[in-house]
Design a protein around this ligand. Structure first.
Ligand code: DGY
Length: 326
């Protein structure tokens, strides 16, 4: 019997690829840049399974191009806003994601960004590299204290809670905004509050919601004007949750003090984007889950989801379990 045919839309760690190769005929896009759309539409033709990335648009046209034999889409990410779930449901295609394994790495990065912005690390580093450091400066690079500050977490899922744990270790007051109370929030003394209260009272606001219609541009002009003038905004979730031009204006006009973004809109952020003309912002290239161990685990999980789907078994991590109800 011939092996199922799998298309992997970009190189992922061997930890996942080797699992796939043992069971399937695997074709991997070898380039550093994502597959151009036209190429993707032709590459997926005849595939039984697709291993996609957050840079791939998985919509009706892609599923159609793959053909009726397509059994599973496995997304190499916890977020799946790149996948048209309704289109997958119409074809009864289960979609997998990689939750859990990237929680700590992403919370680490959120906390690193928070610290780096608070203490202006990148500005200070640029200052040294450009030979401007002439003496110890009593008034130089004054930043914000993290210890004992108020942190507002928008979206208290796994990653939001992991960040809250870190902040509790810094004696922070933790406010969070979520649809439901988090079952372990009390352990950290975290308070569930309205979004307005969180914005008004937090020294740091960190975004951890998924990108859905209700969270797109959640942080807009109005939200930014509700924040403290000294506030620092951190986003490690999805770029479209923050209105980039509203943020630019807020940082330029000192409506808020600083921002640290691992995700942007657009993504990638062009080098000539207005945000990058400012000193009071740090931007990293969507590296929240970028540790060796985490990416290996994500690759394994993505492969396991894909292999389960090929065998007609329930995916270990399925974002549209409704396909199994039919
Ligand atoms: C995700 O998994 O959704 C992150 O954004 C990338 O690891």
């Amino acid at each position: 019997m011939s092996k199922p045919h799998v298309v992997v839309m970009r190189r992922i760690p061997e930890a996942g690829l080797s699992l796939l190769r043992a069971a399937a005929d695997v074709r991997v896009w070898p380039e550093e840049m994502p597959m151009p759309r036209a190429t993707a539409l032709s590459w997926v033709a005849g595939a039984d399974g697709l291993l996609t990335l957050l840079t791939d648009r998985v919509d009706g046209a892609l599923l159609e191009a793959a053909g009726p034999q397509l059994k599973v889409v496995s997304n190499f990410a916890v977020g799946y806003d790149n996948v048209d779930i309704a289109a997958c449901n119409r074809r009864s295609i289960p979609v997998g994601n990689t939750p859990g394994v990237l929680t700590e790495a992403t919370a680490d990065l959120a906390f690193a960004l928070l610290m780096a912005a608070a203490r202006r690390l990148l500005e200070a580093d640029r200052f040294v590299r450009t030979a401007q450091w002439h003496t110890w400066m009593p008034l130089g690079f004054l930043g914000a204290a993290v210890h004992g500050s108020s942190i507002g977490i928008i979206g208290m899922g796994r990653i939001g809670y992991a960040l809250a744990r870190r902040c509790a270790g810094f004696d922070c007051r933790i406010l969070y905004h979520n649809r439901h109370p988090h079952p372990q929030a009390d352990r950290l003394g975290a308070e569930l509050v309205s979004l307005d209260t969180l914005l008004a009272q937090s020294d740091f606001v960190s975004v951890h919601t998924p990108l859905v219609a209700e969270t797109e541009r959640l942080i807009d002009d109005t939200a930014l004007h509700k924040m403290k003038r000294t506030a620092i905004l951190v986003n490690t979730a999805r770029g479209k949750i923050v209105d980039s031009m509203a943020l630019y204006r807020a940082l330029r006009d000192s409506v808020i003090a600083y921002a640290a973004l691992d995700v942007t809109n657009p993504e990638p952020l062009p080098a000539d984007h207005p945000l990058l003309t400012l000193d009071n912002i740090i931007v990293t290239p969507h590296i929240g889950s970028a540790t060796v161990a985490t990416r290996d685990q994500m690759a394994r999980l993505a492969a396991e989801n894909l292999l389960a789907g090929l065998c007609g078994e329930r995916l270990p991590f399925c974002v549209n379990p409704e396909v199994y109800d039919v």
